[in-house]
Design a protein around this ligand. Sequence first.
Ligand code: GAR
Length: 211
Amino acid sequence: MNSSSPKRLPAVAVLCSGSGTNLQAIINAARRGRLRARVAVVVSDQPKAFALTRAARAGIPAIVVRRGDFPSRDAFDRRLLEILTPYRVRLVCLAGFMRVLSPIMVHRYPRRILNIHPALLPAFPGAHAVRDALAWGAKVTGVTVHVVDEEVDHGPIVLQEAVAIRPGEKEAALLKRVHRVEHRLYPHAITLMLSGRARVQGRRVSVKRAS
Ligand code: GAR
């Protein structure tokens, strides 16, 4: 097996709850060689998530873990760990995973869990960031990729990109434009983390230029 064979590429896990367009962007970037990684496993807490279909179509193991099957968040996260451990993943990427991870997960993968959020954090945290930005009357919103810590939508920021809100813009239209940025930014952030070009020091993430 040579050094560029897929098995040698660093493994990442992607956790989703919904449509999985970010998962698809990550799969596509890996396929096209823009992201030197392989998606080793996809996990969803929602059995009907379209992300599971995307994973299956790409030949990636897709596993459902229902929160309701576990008595506590810790028990749920322990099951997540059981699933992820054999895949020896370098990074865990939350891509529309609508669950707050417990310290159990965060401590097992310190500075190795990423999340993508459809706003410029710390503005508009939570599950409806695009809607909230419009309701607030913001003129600019955007996308954040950050390292996950023990607080929600809080960890060190790897990348951010602004999206200007157009006058009178509706949620669906803005969402579409935010997604387009997400699909470009997330594979890039994963590349930076895996290559060591992004270094997390406290709250700051320094990003080295490509040589
Ligand atoms: C993405 O827009 C992501 O930023 C957001 O969920 C969407 C998932 O879409 N995440 C959050 O709001 C986290 N707070 P996808 O399933 O099509 O990738």
